[in-house]
Design a protein around this ligand. Structure first.
Ligand SMILES: *Cc1c(COP(=O)(O)O)cnc(C)c1O
Length: 432
């Protein structure tokens, strides 16, 4: 595989952009080698600057649920752009997308658009603090809520991949207000709440952890958090930046039947344009300026191109929910195929899947939280990653990221991925 152009671009980029990338995981640091510079994508395929084609299992880290360059999304964006790219004044489009979400998702009376998942989560905890008059939050080890100061403590995703789960530059004062619990450990949460009585404004979590692999909530965990939050007057925030509109239209809230007080969105909600949102019950959302005293604003928030893209994708999903069934079949086929390859080669693995998110832990333990996730064989993953890339399959370049499938994948693509995996594993095993 020739990637000379990508290598050259990377060399240039490193001199003028930190690490050559605008977001750390893209740099391939944890898998080694040179990142690919992508020129275009269509459906389930990525094309790099050297003209190589890959089956994409990242889907832009989530947004491309229906694949790249969806014709309806492209049409909406180009048509909207003709009327200018931003006004800094309200538009009809913002009402349409807010209407669709508040109408269809339980527990959401009002929604505010922002420009990224990070912004959504930062804003959500500020509102929760303003609403409760309390300072502390509880988050879970290995969960990622963007790069806001309060969240860069035992964080997942790139922070975990790069070995900086707790980042320098976050002040001790901020860190003190973030209490940490192990995912799926309800007792730990209860202890924290008791030890910090009337001090915890919010519990924030990925209801399905997706930034340390894919870890579903154990039975009773979300229910338990819901009732602890009720008992302690603490705001329960589901960070559905990854899971929202992916595991079901109504996200994890829908599949587990638990309603949070606030929900954050990102990724799919913008169909690949920079969008995030936070939403919730009226009484909480009315604390947001200009109705309420908690300040949060954005020059480009609710940007017309972003709203047009997001609305078009969400409407398509909403009007054709059977897409989720199709994606479920493909995801299940892929999960079972990959697992069979590993089992046939006696490679210990613990494989999780919720809908179109798949996480393989190369580990002989059941993985329910950060401790378990960290036992995954990172060296084996590194080898697999490069073997798969050679065979035209682009996996997330980190042992701690889930695979995100798109419905543009055809069943032949799934078979190709599985046979590439079989070839990769066979050649890794022979070499050892
Ligand atoms: C990606 C992600 C974020 C951050 O979103 P950005 O748009 O990258 O700022 C927050 N929470 C979760 C669960 C995510 O997966």
């Amino acid at each position: 595989m020739n990637i000379n152009t990508s290598k050259e671009l990377y060399k240039k980029a490193k001199n003028i952009i930190p690490g050559g990338v605008n977001s750390p995981v893209r740099a391939f640091n944890s898998v080694g080698g040179s990142p690919l510079f992508i020129r275009k994508a269509e459906g389930a395929y990525l094309y790099d600057e050297d003209g190589n084609k890959y089956i994409d299992l990242i889907s832009s880290w989530g947004p491309m649920l229906l694949g790249h360059a969806d014709p309806d999304v492209l049409k909406a964006v180009t048509e909207t752009a003709k009327n200018s790219t931003s006004f800094g004044a309200p538009t009809r489009l913002e009402i349409e997308i807010a209407d669709l979400i508040t109408d269809t998702i339980k527990g959401i009376d009002k929604i505010r658009m922002v420009n990224s998942g990070t912004e959504a989560c930062m804003s959500a905890i500020r509102i929760a603090r303003g609403y409760t008059g309390r300072d502390k939050i509880i988050k879970f080890k290995g969960c990622y809520h963007g790069h806001g100061d309060s969240f860069l403590i035992e964080a997942g995703s790139g922070a975990l991949t790069m070995g900086h789960p707790s980042s320098p530059g976050v002040t001790p004062g901020t860190a003190r207000d973030t209490l940490i619990a192990e995912f799926n450990d309800l007792d730990e949460v209860e202890k924290l709440l008791k030890a910090n009585k009337n001090k915890v404004a919010a519990i924030i979590l990925e209801p399905i952890a997706g930034n340390m692999g894919c870890i579903p909530p154990e039975k009773g965990f979300l229910e338990g958090l819901r009732s602890l939050c009720d008992d302690h007057d603490t705001v329960l925030i589901f960070d559905e930046v990854m899971t929202g509109f992916r595991v079901a239209f109504g996200g994890a809230q829908e599949i587990y039947g638990i309603t949070a007080d606030m929900v954050t969105y990102g990724k799919i909600i913008g169909a690949g344009l920079p969008v995030g949102a936070y939403a919730g019950k009226k009484e909480i959302m009315d604390f947001v300026a200009p109705t309420g005293p908690v300040y949060q604003a954005g020059t480009l928030s609710g940007n017309p191109l972003a709203m047009a893209a997001g609305y078009t994708l969400l409407k398509k999903l909403h009007d054709n929910l059977s897409l989720y069934d199709e994606l479920e079949v493909k995801s299940k086929t892929l999960e079972q195929g990959l697992k069979k390859v590993l089992d046939d080669h006696y490679i210990s693995n613990y494989t999780n899947r919720v809908g179109s998110m798949i996480g393989i832990f190369y580990s002989n333990h059941k993985v329910t939280g950060f401790k378990g996730a960290n036992t995954t064989n990172k060296e084996l993953f590194r080898k697999i990653f490069h073997h798969m890339l050679e065979r035209g399959v682009y996996l997330p370049p980190s042992p701690f990221e889930a695979f995100f499938l798109s419905n543009a994948l055809k069943i032949q693509d799934i078979s190709l991925i599985i046979s590439a995996f079989e070839d990769s594993i066979s050649s890794i095993c022979t070499k050892n």
